[in-house]
Write a protein that binds this ligand. Sequence first.
Ligand code: G1P
Length: 286
Amino acid sequence: MIKKAVIPAAGLGTRFLPATKAQPKEMLPIIDTPTIQYVVQEAIDSGIDDILIISGKGKRTIEDHFDRNFQLETQLKNKADHDLYNEIRRISDMANIHFVRQKELNGLGDAIRYARLHTGDDPFAVLLGDTIIDSVIPVTQQLVDIYNQYKQSIIACEMVPEDKVSCYGIVGGDKISDKIWNVTDLVEKPEVGKSPSNLAIAGRYILTPEIYKMLEQTSFGKGNEIQLTDALRLLLRKERILSYTIEGKRYDIGNKLDYLKTIVDFALKRKGFAEPFREFLQEKLK
Ligand code: G1P
């Protein structure tokens, strides 16, 4: 059983400056909903409501977002805006959310180390706080299903074009089935031409607690950061790791062009203004 999820959300978001100078990239909204709320929702929809968010300096609005706001609630009640009131209340009650602050920004691997006390000896899910995956079955649920079958660490992956391999952690491995590979190698952001495959790590993982020991032995890697990918490569010496090719569409919010595409895609699906927005776009593109 996977009962806990960890959402790393401490990064500086330098790819999105100046918007992220004084606000977390995880709070950038897709229409009216902050990115991290979609991520929390994915964990909940996958049956996990114990969530640890790894935050850091300048990330306090994430805590506020999932907390009560009595002044706002009173105002919405007085205005009899029941829908908005219920939504605001729902957000503060949607999960059992805990926070821990990453003291120094030493990378994703270092961030995960902060979850050790919270997850203890249990396997746990990791959902990157700046990545939304739109899918019929929540991607974390897809991973949990595979985990329940194999009881091993699982890395969510997707195929990327050759010229994009240097933007991702890449896995190499042997095919077990169409979607599942037995991982034999992992490289964080390899140079084009030096990649074990085109199968990129997609921002969702199920990790066994053994990862913490590996993270302790992981030295600074790509970008002078402690990389989770490097710790997973160490873990391969001890345990089998599987990769799973996700069913869903991934949106990386930390990237400006992807962010715009996400908003357009979500707006075109959003009840209420999908139609006028489509008309607007058609008019613009004429
Ligand atoms: C992180 C991981 C990388 C993964 C990527 C997915 O990189 O280190 O392995 O492919 O997320 O978004 P980042 O994008 O934080 O540099």
